[in-house]
Design a protein around this ligand. Sequence first.
Ligand SMILES: Nc1ncnc2c1ncn2[C@@H]1O[C@H](COP(=O)(O)OP(=O)(O)OP(=O)(O)O)[C@@H](O)[C@H]1O
Ligand SMILES: O=P(O)(O)OC[C@H]1O[C@H](OP(=O)(O)OP(=O)(O)O)[C@H](O)[C@@H]1O
Ligand SMILES: O=C(O)c1cccnc1
Ligand SMILES: [Mg+2]
Length: 543
Amino acid sequence: MNTQNIISRKQNGIVQPLLTDLYQITMAYAYWKTGKVMDNSVFDLFFRKNPFQGEFTIFAGLEECLKFLEAFHFSESDIEYLKQTMPSVEDDFFVFLSNLSARDVVIYALDEGTVVFPRIPLIRIEGPLIVTQLLETTFLTLVNYASLMATNAARYRIAAGNSKLLELGLRRAQGPDGGLSASKYSYIGGFDGTSNVLAGKLYNIPVKGTHAHAYVTSFTNFSELHTRILHSKNDGKPYDFVQLAIKWRSELGPLFKVVNAEVNDGELAAFISFAMAFPDQFMVLVDTYDIERSGLLNFCAVTLALNDLAFQAIGIRIDSGDIAYLSYVAREYFSKISTKYEIPWFKDLIIMASNDINEETILSLNDQGHKINCFGIGTHLVTCQKQPSLGCVYKLVDLNNVPRMKLSQDVAKVSLPGRKDAYRLFSERGDALIDLLVQTDEEPPSVGSKILCRHAFEESKRAYVTPSKVEKLHKLYWKDGLICRPLPNLEEIRDNVTRSLKSLRSDIKRNHNPTPYKVAVSDNLYSFLHNLWMESAPIGELT
Ligand SMILES: Nc1ncnc2c1ncn2[C@@H]1O[C@H](COP(=O)(O)OP(=O)(O)OP(=O)(O)O)[C@@H](O)[C@H]1O
Ligand SMILES: O=P(O)(O)OC[C@H]1O[C@H](OP(=O)(O)OP(=O)(O)O)[C@H](O)[C@@H]1O
Ligand SMILES: O=C(O)c1cccnc1
Ligand SMILES: [Mg+2]
């Protein structure tokens, strides 16, 4: 076992068999009493509707489910607690429960990071009913938020194009576990880093950040700067850095059309001290007092002073106001200074924007035109404000080789019975055309052969597809008590998101009125499903 695994497991502390709904345990007892212990079940975990009014979803959380299975065991204290909670339950059941493991469970799943669609079983869980039922709630809690978060992040990634994306949500997240999961799954979805230090340590995600307004407001004048000396990066010579920055500010005054009296000394003192602490990573918040009349000038003065000592600054963060307009203003000053003082990198300094940004803000900024090259995003991203839950469900589809079907007045809620495999069929151009569900014992679709793909419930909706490429989506991940495929690391999952989304036509990914992606069933599955439906539905009588 490598260190990374140990660390992740430790973090996984709260993911344990009691992280479930009580009804799973009462059902287990009732199953045990009725003698259903050896019944062999198949469950599907899937969702019914894509989130965020979109037409795609990113599947995430699989690794956590598999780690949960590895450690699945009711401890002595769990048993003790359950005995107290369920006093009428026979003691022998608790002996049975304490010997339970996930050894006899078999898991087929899609690769984590795959783009997925409604009704496709993301995970197929097979095995003794009593155990598979006990997995329901924990699996759902592990997949629901993870997939919602990864999808939200992927949508921001699409909106932001080539701009960097930094996740800043910990302070606003749904508690510590929500915050940690948000950082992990936003990275999978395409963010470039997080401000969450524990997420950085646990998952090896790049951690980044600037500073808070408090840092600026904590300074009022230069006398608070107890260290004034900074050594040049070139020759190690000491310079009075405070004096140098003040000199540059006077020199730049006319360019910014401000007089010294208008510019905030506390802000300059704060920037100087931050630059002296991090001369190679100088990045500051410029909106504490007035971006145009103070923040930008103070930043440029310190950056030029750093440049004299051979250090290259990183950039600024803007956290209020009209960020499109202010980014133009900032870029213009950077360009002018770059030309005037012949410092090529000055024009390319990073302009980061933050403050309640969401997907729509980024799209609107794109329309307006802007000069931002990094977005810092917190609240809207981590709380998934636009849609707070994905709505994944876990449904029994087969018991002892007899298909099961949950009927509903609402067709969207009718479950697809039996063991099914999903295949993704690709066009000649290489893009994903349709996902096809077939019964596991029927002939899989193959390249070059004409396949009838049918809408699961609407008889008239069907089409022939002759795929140029066929990808089997379900893979065996867990058998005989072991994870039986090498698990990808976070980077690889992130690459899978990019690769998988790339194969999707852009009209399916667009923000406004996206085209739905097609999910179909094979002709066999269609007949099977409708025959079973007819058999299961009671015939009404008109009176
Ligand atoms: N050019 C722009 N186009 C669209 N939305 C923008 C633009 N500039 C800023 N915003 C968004 O408008 C909102 C402005 O919010 P608000 O008025 O609360 O902030 P502020 O007054 O600028 O800052 P603060 O209250 O923190 O001082 C934010 O959600 C921000 O992301
Ligand atoms: O706006 P979000 O997308 O949630 O991003 C995170 C926010 O957290 C920080 O300040 P904080 O919001 O704590 O204070 P502020 O509102 O006064 O800026 C930061 O300045 C951002 O504004
Ligand atoms: O580092 C930052 O800029 C940061 C971190 C958390 C919240 N807001 C901003
Ligand atoms: Mg804020």
